[in-house]
Write a protein that binds this ligand. Structure first.
Ligand code: DGI
Ligand code: FE
Ligand code: FE
Length: 187
């Protein structure tokens, strides 16, 4: 599918805010691809589509995951929003015609990250957090700088913030988020 077609489809599936965020991730992922030598077109597609399943209602997310044979962990059952990565990869393949496995896995893991990410997976994980339309979060200016100067440090910093946020909010922490943090932490 061409980018114009993707935009038309995404506009139907996403809220206006989420649509603007997706374009922000596309642009931020492109800039990071310039810096780190990733293929710019792959970064753009992954960025544009990463949240394509985000705006499906919670109950529907669970139902659709089951229907499409996507395994649902107990944490995902409690927090079905966590499924939007896996479901997003499913739709990217089936509806948007993406066949590049690395783009698909970047979409799958964009929320939790995963240990030993590929360059594209790292770029999408980070671009999602730092894109310019995101509301200001603690330490975001520093995290944005690190995105272009020290990618692994940036990933660790994002996970640290996310884990702090989830602990304060009392949200269940997905095993994969924890594993990713332990992989990328230096101390
Ligand atoms: O979809 P976005 O909002 O653009 O960003 P995202 O896919 O990174 O999702 C962010 C949300 O996911 C944020 O509210 C924190 C939450 N999250 C990240 N890791 C975990 C998590 N929620 C739970 N319950 N457990 C996690 O491990
Ligand atoms: Fe997301
Ligand atoms: Fe996002």
């Amino acid at each position: 599918m061409e980018r114009d077609e993707m935009l038309i489809a995404l506009k139907k599936k996403l809220t206006p805010k989420r649509y603007v965020h997706s374009i922000g991730v596309e642009y931020t992922a492109s800039c990071m691809a310039f810096v780190y030598g990733e293929d710019v077109q792959r970064a753009r597609i992954a960025g544009l589509l990463h949240d394509c399943a985000k705006c499906i209602p919670l109950e529907e997310k669970l139902k659709k995951a089951q229907k499409h044979g996507i395994p649902v962990s107990p944490c995902e059952r409690e927090n079905p929003d966590l499924l939007h990565g896996k479901l997003g990869a499913y739709y990217a393949r089936k509806k948007y015609g993406v066949t590049d496995e690395e783009i698909l896995s970047s979409i799958t893991y964009h929320t939790t990250g995963k240990p030993d990410m590929t360059l594209l997976e790292k770029i999408i994980f980070v671009a999602d957090y730092i894109e310019p339309n995101r509301k200001m979060l603690p330490e975001l200016p520093e995290i944005r700088r690190e995105a272009f100067t020290d990618l692994d440090k940036c990933i660790c910093h994002i996970l640290k913030r996310t884990l702090t946020y989830l602990r304060e909010r009392g949200g269940a922490i997905d095993d994969m988020t924890e594993k990713t943090y332990n992989y990328y932490r230096k101390d």
